[in-house]
Design a protein around this ligand. Structure first.
Ligand SMILES: Nc1ncnc2c1ncn2[C@@H]1O[C@H](COP(=O)(O)OP(=O)(O)OP(=O)(O)O)[C@@H](O)[C@H]1O
Ligand SMILES: [Mg+2]
Length: 234
């Protein structure tokens, strides 16, 4: 069984369903990438996995445990970390305070984890006393990822971590994400840079209108003529 198994999710915000029988799974230490057009429901699917959406149907299990009924905060305690697409840092707090906020559920000493985040993103150590709102887009995304890592998640969920950053910064962020996965953390990531993200994906999902349109390895999706023509610009 996969480490994360979110199966047959159906639901939305009001009466109309956004997700239709959507299934997402990630194995331990693997990278799963969700791509698809704007409005496809990618962020909605992430929220559903994290427990921010009331599902009409479907089930979420983490490491074999059914967590479908748990609040987002309780899912964090079970090992989920989530970096949302927007408002993912506290702009008027320093980098260090942002990381401390990430550790809110921990009662133990989180300094070691903070040092690990600084090892992963050295620029954050230099800027630790600076307000997150003063950082560049790429640096802010590093703060957001670092904040999520502060709870020592076993599954890290990232909604468009490279939004608004240059290609070089995107490549660097992807390298860091691969590094995180190599430590055994599973990654579930939504990406607008579909081609580059599928390059590093063990598994890829193309989501269209809230439903699974294509599911395969990242490499297989990149090689699929239909996927290329319709979603990857040829
Ligand atoms: N809070 C909300 N309340 C009502 N409808 C919403 C809400 N958030 C999103 N929607 C609707 O749900 C659908 C899917 O939106 P969602 O944000 O999940 O798409 P997405 O695939 O993440 O798009 P993008 O690539 O632009 O981030 C859209 O039609 C959107 O208008
Ligand atoms: Mg989105």
């Amino acid at each position: 069984m996969s480490y994360l198994s979110a199966t047959n999710m159906t639901g939305g915000y009001g009466k109309a369903d956004i997700l239709h029988d959507c299934t997402l799974t990630v194995d331990k230490g693997q990278i799963a990438v969700i791509v698809g057009p704007n409005g496809a429901g990618k962020s909605t699917a992430m929220k559903a996995v994290f427990g921010m959406l009331g599902l009409r149907a479907g089930q979420v299990t983490l490491d074999g445990t059914d967590i479908s009924a748990l609040s987002p905060q309780d899912r964090v305690k079970k090992g989920m970390g989530f970096v949302p697409q927007v408002n993912n840092v506290f702009p008027t707090m320093t980098v260090e305070e942002n990381l401390e906020m990430g550790a809110f559920i921990r009662n133990d000493n989180y300094r070691v984890t903070m040092e690990q985040v600084f090892d992963l993103f050295p620029i954050l150590k230099d800027k630790r006393r600076q307000n997150a709102g003063e950082l560049s887009g790429g640096q802010r995304q590093q703060v957001a990822v670092g904040r999520a890592l502060m709870t020592q998640p076993k599954l890290l969920m990232l909604d468009e971590p490279t939004a608004g950053v240059s290609p070089i910064v995107m490549d660097e962020l992807f390298d860091r994400i691969i590094e995180v996965a190599r430590t055994g953390i599973s990654i579930l990531m939504v990406e607008q840079n579909a081609r580059q993200a599928l390059e590093i994906a063990d598994k890829g999902y193309v989501l269209v209108q809230g439903a699974n349109k294509y599911t395969d390895t990242g490499q297989a999706l990149l090689a699929d003529p239909d996927v290329r023509r319709t979603f990857l610009g040829g």
